[in-house]
Design a protein around this ligand. Structure first.
Ligand SMILES: [Zn+2]
Length: 438
């Protein structure tokens, strides 16, 4: 571990050198490039046809049968939120969900991955649910339609045989790779293709529901089978960030390894349980990089990432997201929402969730390591090239201060318009050093 003063340095010519305290990633920002306008990740906008893009988008309302059988849907009536689960195919059109959880049609780890590599079998409950869906004519037709979509076959092509359809159904009902999909593709009343319903365009209450539903999916996937060691949650917004759709969605994926980030954090924490404060939060406070805070979370301009980044930290004593109180989770959601809103809907970004997996307690590494729940936003405004590949030094056009200087005025504006939740912004932030529980 480098001493803290080496993590973020400004050289005499203004070059900023950053080093990630956990991964060691080295980043340079050369002076004088931070004021240029950020590239929009969208084509020139064109007028929207009446009815929007619903015809072409499998995530839009009216296309629910193009997705594998739904896990859950969230309805809203006034301030009342209701979750529906276990719907039949013929019930999907009866209500208008604001958010849905559906299996990813192209999952990362398949049923066979868990079965053949880990000997994991589906629970009786999952098998029964799949059998029920198959026994119903509308359910069977839905499954066959999705199977044809997955195999890029026309709807009048010969369908799957009984065995193939049953296998597909078991895969979807037992999925370990879900999508959480908000209803809207464009904002209400949109007239042009670039008026997309990004995370920041959701209302504060909608964004809280979106986060809570993602956390529910996470907890469910941890519980789904004993070989799951980590559940990765991420959101890719627009093409440069790897999104194949412009319809907002978050992915929740169970895997059988904890991944390099958890390992790196666990390594550092085993040597210094206060590392997230000493090498991260405290450094950000000293350098004026705190962007916003509330009682439960803090957002800061990050350093040592391949792309200009914002990090949102939970200040809860609980490290697993599903153990946060609803108020603590809302606190995280509010800052995340505000950061998305400040970046705007045309800026491409990755949202990556990091947390302590419950299995860390049982593994060979230290028990009870205080790996904080945090969400990192990476602005995909540049493309990695030969220099990065050859040196492993990443060039960012925006330094952490450039990120701060862009975000703060926008946050003030959004707050005065009532578009984000109440929060402290910039110098108002009351976050003390050492606030991340360790
Ligand atoms: Zn859509």
């Amino acid at each position: 571990m480098r001493p803290s003063h080496e993590l973020l340095q400004v050289l005499p010519d203004g070059t900023v050198k950053q080093r990630n305290p956990f991964t060691g990633t080295q980043v340079w920002t050369m002076p004088g490039r931070g004021k240029r306008p950020l590239p929009a990740a969208l084509d020139e906008p064109t007028p929207l046809p009446p009815g929007g893009v619903a015809d072409r988008c499998a995530f839009c309302p009216g296309h629910h049968l193009d997705n594998p059988p739904e896990r859950a849907r969230l309805l809203r009536e006034g301030d009342q939120w209701t979750t529906l689960t276990g719907l039949r195919a013929d019930q999907l059109a009866l209500t208008e969900p604001l958010f849905r959880r559906v299996p990813n049609l192209f999952e990362i780890c398949s049923l066979d991955y868990w079965r053949l590599n880990h000997g994991v079998e589906l629970s009786d409950e999952v098998v029964e649910r799949a059998e029920q869906y198959l026994a119903d004519a509308a359910g069977r037709a839905h499954l066959a339609h999705v199977w044809r979509l997955k195999h890029r076959l026309a709807d009048d092509a010969p369908g799957p045989d009984r065995q193939a359809l049953r296998q597909a159904a078991l895969g979807w009902f037992g999925t370990t790779h879900e999508l959480v999909i908000p209803r809207r593709h464009h904002v209400e009343g949109a007239t042009a293709t670039d008026q997309l319903a990004s995370s920041g365009e959701l209302s504060v209450a909608e964004h809280r529901a979106y986060v809570a539903m993602s956390v529910e999916a996470m907890a469910d996937l941890y519980a789904s089978n004993a070989a799951v060691r980590y559940v990765s949650v991420f959101q890719n917004w627009l093409k440069p960030a790897g999104a194949s759709f412009e319809h907002l969605h978050r992915q929740v994926v169970a895997i059988d390894e904890v991944g390099a980030h958890v390992d790196a954090a666990a390594d550092v924490l085993a040597r210094n349980p206060n590392a997230f404060n000493e090498h991260l939060l405290d450094v950000a406070i000293e350098h004026g990089l705190v962007l916003a805070a509330n009682e439960h979370a803090v957002a800061l301009a990050g350093f040592g990432h391949r792309y200009p980044s914002i990090e949102v930290y939970s200040l809860s004593q609980q490290q697993e997201p599903w153990r946060l109180s609803p108020q603590q989770l809302d606190g995280m959601s509010d800052l995340l929402h505000a950061m998305h809103a400040a970046a705007g809907p045309t800026l491409s970004c990755n949202e990556e969730w990091h947390h302590r997996p419950p299995t860390l307690d049982e593994g060979p590494v230290e028990t009870d390591l205080p790996v904080p729940f945090r969400i990192i936003l990476k602005w995909r405004i540049s493309t990695l090239a030969g220099f990065e590949g050859a040196t492993k030094i990443y060039l960012n056009t925006l330094s952490p201060w450039d990120v701060r200087n862009r975000v703060l005025p926008r946050l003030e504006e959004l707050r005065s318009q009532g578009r984000i939740a109440p929060m402290q912004i910039g110098d108002e932030c009351q976050v003390a050093k050492g606030s991340i529980p360790s």
